[in-house]
Design a protein around this ligand. Structure first.
Ligand code: HEC
Length: 93
């Protein structure tokens, strides 16, 4: 019976890990820009994942993200500054 428990726990852990978003971490040589990109990433994860899975930054072009953010700004209740930070993060790669 013990083996089953281990297998079930193992499956559960694997499941948890596979749900983790593999969003890239930004890296910029400029410290203040790095700070802003990280803030944008945090805002993106906290504001944009409540209704649907996060879309990968590479799914849309710069222009595409501008349009998507325009559509989602109201839904996510973000202000213009937050929108800009999210946009900068999404298009920095
Ligand atoms: C209150 C719920 C809600 C929040 C918060 C939200 N979205 Fe959405 N999002 C939706 C719904 C519903 C759709 C699908 C319908 C649509 O495209 O209008 C969608 C679709 C999308 C799509 C795909 C559109 C397409 O054409 O397939 C993208 C990209 C997106 N959201 C990005 C974002 C971003 C970025 C944020 C954060 C700023 C965000 N969403 C926050 C509800 C939300």
């Amino acid at each position: 019976m013990k083996r089953w428990k281990i297998i079930i726990i193992g499956l559960f852990v694997t499941l948890l890990y596979s749900c983790q978003p593999t969003l890239y971490l930004p890296s910029s040589p400029d410290a203040s820009q790095q700070q802003q990109l990280l803030e944008g990433r945090n805002l993106y994860v906290s504001h944009c994942s409540s209704c649907h899975n996060l879309h990968f930054p590479k799914e849309y072009s710069k222009n595409g993200w501008e349009i998507q953010l325009e559509k989602m700004e109201y839904r996510a209740r973000i202000n213009d500054r937050e929108k800009q930070l999210i946009y900068d993060y999404l298009t920095a790669q």
